[in-house]
Every structure is written in C-alpha cells, then in structure tokens.
Write a protein that binds this ligand. Sequence first.
Ligand SMILES: *[C@@H]1O[C@H](CO)[C@@H](O)[C@H](O)[C@H]1NC(C)=O
Ligand SMILES: *[C@@H]1O[C@H](CO)[C@@H](O)[C@H](O)[C@H]1NC(C)=O
Ligand SMILES: *[C@@H]1O[C@H](CO)[C@@H](O)[C@H](O)[C@H]1NC(C)=O
Length: 462
Amino acid sequence: MKVRSSVFASFILIFEVVGIALFLRGFFPVPVKSSFSSKSSLSDQPKEPLAGSAPNSSRLPQPLFKRVVIMLVDALREDFVLGPSGRMYMPYTRHLVEKGSSQSFVAKARPPTVTMPRIKALTTGSIPGFIDVVMNLNSPALLEDNLIWQAKTAGKRIVFYGDDTWVRLFPKHFMEYDGTTSFFVSDYTEVDNNVTRHLDSTLKRDDWDMLILHYLGLDHIGHISGPHSSLIQPKLLEMDDILKKIHSALVSKEAEGSLPYLLVLCGDHGMSETGSHGGSSEPEVNTPLVLISPAFKRKGKQQRGPVVEQVDLTPTLALGLGLPISQNSVGRVIPGVLEETSLRDQLRFLHLNGHQLSCLLKDSVADYEKDPGFEQFRVAEKAHGNWMKLYLEGNTSEVLTNMGKKVLKQYLEALAAMSSALSKQLGKYDMYSMVAGMNWWIIAVLWQSTAHFLLKPSHSDG
Ligand SMILES: *[C@@H]1O[C@H](CO)[C@@H](O)[C@H](O)[C@H]1NC(C)=O
Ligand SMILES: *[C@@H]1O[C@H](CO)[C@@H](O)[C@H](O)[C@H]1NC(C)=O
Ligand SMILES: *[C@@H]1O[C@H](CO)[C@@H](O)[C@H](O)[C@H]1NC(C)=O
C-alpha cells in the first residue's frame, strides 16, 4: 500500500506540474511577432506609389518636428487634465488645450496598467503581455525594435530624467540621464524635484533633440491616499507649472525657417478610485494625451478630444521625426497631426504606416491576404498610384483634390482595420491553454484529496 500511495502521489504531482505549466503557457501571447532582433530601417521604406511606370521615387516627406519634449506624468488620469476639475488642477495646460495650437485626446492604455509594460507599449507600439507584470520589478534592456533605438540610430541626441525603469530599458541610448527610484512610495517630493532640478540648465541648451521626463510623484500620492486626496491638487499645479516652464522655453527657442517643436503631455496609465492601477477599469486605462506645437492650427474651442490608443503615439512620433516606424507597432498615426501638411505628404505618411502594418500582418496572420484591412490597403495603394500619376502630370483640378481625399479616407479605414486585427491577434492570450491548465490542476487537487481520504486508513496501519 505504501509503495502504491507514493507512486500515486508522484503521479498527482506530475499532473499538477503539467497543469500549472499549461496555465502559465497561456499567459504568453501567441508568438506571432516578427523576430526580436531585426529592426525597421529607412532603406527598406517602400517607394512612393505611382501608376503606369514602376514606382521609382523613394521620396519621404520632410519631418514635422525638430525637437520633441515628452513629459510623462505617472498615473495621470484623463479627467485630471481634460475633465471638469482640469481647470482647477492644470489651468495653464487646460488653456492650451482649449485655445492654443494643440491637439488633445483620450489615450486608452491596455491592461496591465503598470508602468514598465506601458513604457514598452509607448516606445515599441506593440502590446506587451501579462508576463511583463512579473518582470516589472526587474526590467532588462529592451531588445525589440523601438522608437528610442530608432531615434538614437538616426543620430538624435536624447536626454532623460525620471523613473529609472527607462534607464534599465535603454541603458545606452541617452546622451545624459538621471534616474529616480520609485522604491520609496512614501516619497512624492524628492522623486519629482530630482527631475525638475535639471530643467533650467537643459532647457537653456541646444545640444539635444529629444527630452523625456517621467514624473513619479502623482502615482505615489495615488498609492498613499487615492485620487481625491488633498495632495493631488498641489502636485498637479506643480506639474502644470513645469509644463508652462517647458512651453515658454520652447516658444522662445522657435526660429524662423526651422521646423517647429512638439511638446507631449501624457500618462503611462490612470488611477482607480482607490488610487491603485493594474486593471482595466475606465479610470485606470484612460489617460490624457496633449500634443502642443505651432505645427497645429490654433483651436477655436476644443473639448475633450477623440479617443485614440496609447500605442498610436509611437507611429505618430516616428513619422513626425522622420524615423522608420518600429516593426512590431500596431498603432496608427493620429491623422490630426498631419492636417497642415500637403495632400501628397499626408498620403505618403499614411502609406508608410500602412505598409508597416501590412508587413506585421503578413508575419502574424496565416491568411493575411483575406484580412479586410490588408485588402483595403492594397486598393488604397493602387488609387494612391493613380493619384500620383495625375499629380506629377501637373493636374491641379478639383477632381484631383477630391480623388486624393478619397484615397486618404481609404487609407485611414485600412489602417484602422489592420491595427484592430493586429491588436486582437497580439493581445490574444492562449485561452485554451489557460483553461486546460486550470482544469488539469483542479482535477489533480480533487484526486489528491480523494486519495488522501481513501489512503488514510492504510497509513495508520503502517
Ligand atoms: C521617376 O519618376 C520621376 C517622377 O518622380 C519621372 O520624371 C522619371 O521619369 C521616373 N524615372 C523612371 C526611370 O521611371
Ligand atoms: C535624488 O538625488 C539624490 C542626489 O543625487 C539621491 O541621493 C537620491 O537618492 C535621489 N532620490 C530619488 C528618489 O531618486
Ligand atoms: C485632371 O484629371 C482629371 C481626372 O482624370 C481630368 O478629368 C481632368 O481633365 C484633368 N485636368 C487637367 C487640367 O489635366
């Protein structure tokens, strides 16, 4: 009986291990991404479509921005800026949102709404899996194609101050950096002062192209005392003052004849009603995205902007800076950002984004040719070629403008369809494995307790 029970016990143990392994397997997204080590490059950008002859122009539009400042406020919830209390919390920012040359959006972050996966999403444009939560505390360097790598490779000089997660993800990318640690959640003052202390000197200098700031204080306040704490307003007013300081410095640097600046205010995730984050509730996933640049039309009066995905910022910044879009990005360029460029450039920007998405789709989906977005992209590309032919012939009729607008619409629809197909594919956890693993485990536990019950008398015999 003894021998039999130990064999039985090992059998159950194996059964349990298999169950747990299967369950964990389900946490890894289906491996569909293109290879981790390869990266997009300017030389494999597609040619500009042209009907009739083979397209021979590799012309790329001029970048939209010269200098970019990204101010990321950890746990910045959408309503803190764009909601009714935004006027009280961030008056200067709110003024720019409503009356300045700006574009603002509600950017949806995907769960897990935790900092490291969100930084990865913002820089790669792809959808990290739940496994990233486990690795949140020990984030190694990011090897996947990403915006920071692309910018560095193109010779952009990047300066970073803030959450040291960035420094671990991008160990060799910054010309200058100072990482703050989020280890002491009770500290919400020094962690931000350590970022701000560099601003005056950095904003005076001209030797950088990209400045990234990641402020942690607001998130710490959320964890300590929630979104309705009396500490929230002073912290947001502090952030508002910093944005004002950066904006004024950028405005004073603007020079006639050179490309304009772009100032981005965003959050990595929001904050629940209890001040926590990680899940998929509305206040956790809704973050504000405010883009400020003289490249945009001054708004009459704009209310809470349209909803975009957080990952849409990635291709938007890439195209705006004249960089290739990271190859695993599922985002689509925010069309409003292109509105002041020529129709030819708008079409070309959408073409580049569409080409990148269609390549990712080819790598990720077996029957990609049947994907409606993929088909639509082919149709739009063809129409784009016809438009280009007439355009190069010097046709300036209204017919041509209307035709171009139609192509633009086709591209936008194709991008939306391909982006959503890819998000579904990449965000698809292996539900089957998870359910199967769970079942195995439950059966094993049931067997174990039954066996325990049945075998007990024989134990007391021995
Ligand atoms: C390439 O395109 C230009 C227009 O951009 C055209 O003038 C030229 O003839 C083309 N060359 C060839 C070899 O097709
Ligand atoms: C802020 O900077 C000081 C001095 O460089 C350092 O000792 C301290 O640990 C930093 N604080 C945080 C929260 O990173
Ligand atoms: C421009 O192209 C349209 C559409 O093909 C055509 O109807 C029109 O006559 C052309 N105009 C000129 C000036 O070439």
